[in-house]
Design a binder for this molecule. Sequence first.
Ligand code: SAM
Length: 293
Amino acid sequence: MPGGHGSMNDLTRPSRVVELLRQFDLSPSKGLGQNFLVDRNVLEKIVALAEIESSDTCIEVGPGLGTLTRELAARAKRVVAIEKDKKLSPVLAHTLALCPNVDLCFADALQVNWFEVLALYTPPFKVVANLPYYVTTPLVMAFLESPLYFERLVILVQKEVAERMLATPLKGDYGALSVAVQYHCEVSVGAKIAATAFFPPPKVASSVVVLQRRADPAAFYGLNSQEIFFKVVRAAFGQRRKTLRNALLGGTEYSLSVVEKALARSLMPDNVRGETLDVKAFVALANIVAELI
Ligand code: SAM
């Protein structure tokens, strides 16, 4: 079987998870989003979507009991697993005992400097993780904005977060995250997962999202300045109830003349709101601003 562990030791069996928790005197922490994967089909689906090659370095955030970690270790060159909960150290030492290519690091993934953590590892870097809800957005943004190239991110997230990543203009959940993800990556939902795939089951449904990075997003979209683009996007969604004109005046240092000329040259009406612009429209606007300043 994948991972080289016998079926008695299959960590996706709910009874095995309960036994491990009892053996190591653990109870799942709600605050840390500890909903452990107990569905082998889902586990295999995630691993297949990750398209891991033997030269890859996999980064896993939140190994938990090591269920996904073991599958990654069986396929990748190395696995770097970052876990916030130090109490999981003994159980992980036990479940990962046969995985010499896993490096465990007990730290808060939101605080780590990926450049330092991964200094000794070789790309390609692939992120594969079953993420707690509260870390998803800041963590994905950190991976996308890092100077390191995280080639592919296959992440299990709350269904609503997946919808936000894929949202298009004028949908309620369209926002700065949608634009950033769609700018940097080709994004798709790889699978929809019921709450019963986890122990304990969360209150919400989940999705596996696949983010395949574009090698050169600026070239792909014909963007001149990434800095201006993200400044415009942040301002547009920072004050999304305002018109784009007022959001840009309030959220950037651009002068009234620059903002008005840019909107006029983009052939946008005076009262247009930022949430009506798709990535290409933001690119066009940012390129005009770049010419005007
Ligand atoms: N990978 C395991 C699985 O699929 O069964 C566990 C997934 S569980 C949803 C999330 C894991 O992330 C937990 O082990 C939790 O302790 C860990 N975690 C929560 N916040 C974290 C953070 N800020 N940094 C690193 N790990 C975190």
